[in-house]
Design a protein around this ligand. Structure first.
Ligand SMILES: Nc1ncnc2c1ncn2[C@@H]1O[C@H](COP(=O)(O)OP(=O)(O)O)[C@@H](O)[C@H]1O
Ligand SMILES: [Mg+2]
Length: 206
């Protein structure tokens, strides 16, 4: 089996050393959780694996390709077509309504709106509302719908349940785990929730 993500001897620092010698392997249908105190570098590690930030040293293989040795246009294509990133701060388009935010992702990726997914996420009744009118939890679920609508091969989720009550959080996580399982995809999850971290196949503490 070829891993979807393989991280070897990864180290990164800004003003000070964040992490050294991280090694991870993520196969299809698998999930890995990244845990650690605030400021330990969880988001930075996620961004590095998700094509967004070149590390100081070490290797990141995504879909068996040495990620940061690819041409810029190939990295961009990988990011657009195969990588799903659920950001801590959503990055939805504020001027658009919820439906348009999700639709944009399907138009760019030649996929279809998944009504069942929208129903399961509990956002059917807010689709016509502008993003700015939605609660944090609703925005979080719209951003998850947007990411899954592009049918990514790997999902990077940065505290995707941070704004949700525990019941909704569990439902949302089941959607992410089921997607991974059913589509031979993989999930890298940053979370503060220990129970949730333990639901993943592998746990990495920073
Ligand atoms: N682009 C950046 N430039 C400089 N420092 C950064 C940058 N991004 C993050 N940091 C710093 O790196 C540390 C880890 O940040 P982050 O990865 O967001 O941690 P976490 O997600 O675990 O809370 C923080 O001290 C943060 O200020
Ligand atoms: Mg973070």
């Amino acid at each position: 089996m070829i891993p979807l993500l393989e991280v070897t001897n990864l180290s990164h620092s800004f003003e000070y050393n964040l992490f050294t010698d991280i090694n991870l392997i993520l196969n299809p249908k698998e999930s890995i959780s990244i845990v650690g105190v605030s400021g330990s570098g969880k988001s930075t590690l996620l961004h590095i694996c998700a094509t967004l930030l070149k590390p100081n040293s070490g290797e990141v293989k995504l879909f068996a390709k040495d990620l940061y040795k690819q041409k810029n246009k190939d990295i961009l294509r990988m990011r657009r077509e195969d990588v799903g990133i659920i950001f801590q701060s959503h990055y939805l388009f504020k001027g658009f309504d919820a439906f348009e935010n999700i639709e944009l992702s399907t138009l760019l990726n030649n996929t279809k709106i998944d009504d069942e997914l929208i129903e399961k996420l509990g956002i059917s009744n807010v689709l016509k509302q502008k993003v700015g009118e939605l609660s944090g939890g609703q925005q979080q679920r719209v951003s998850i719908a947007r990411v899954l609508s592009k049918r990514p091969k790997i999902i990077f989720a940065d505290e995707p349940t941070g704004n949700l009550d525990s019941k909704t959080a569990n439902e949302v996580m089941s959607i992410l785990f089921n997607y991974t399982e059913e589509n031979n995809a993989a999930l890298l999850l940053v979370t503060h929730d220990n129970d949730l971290a333990n639901r993943c196949n592998i746990k990495c503490s920073l």
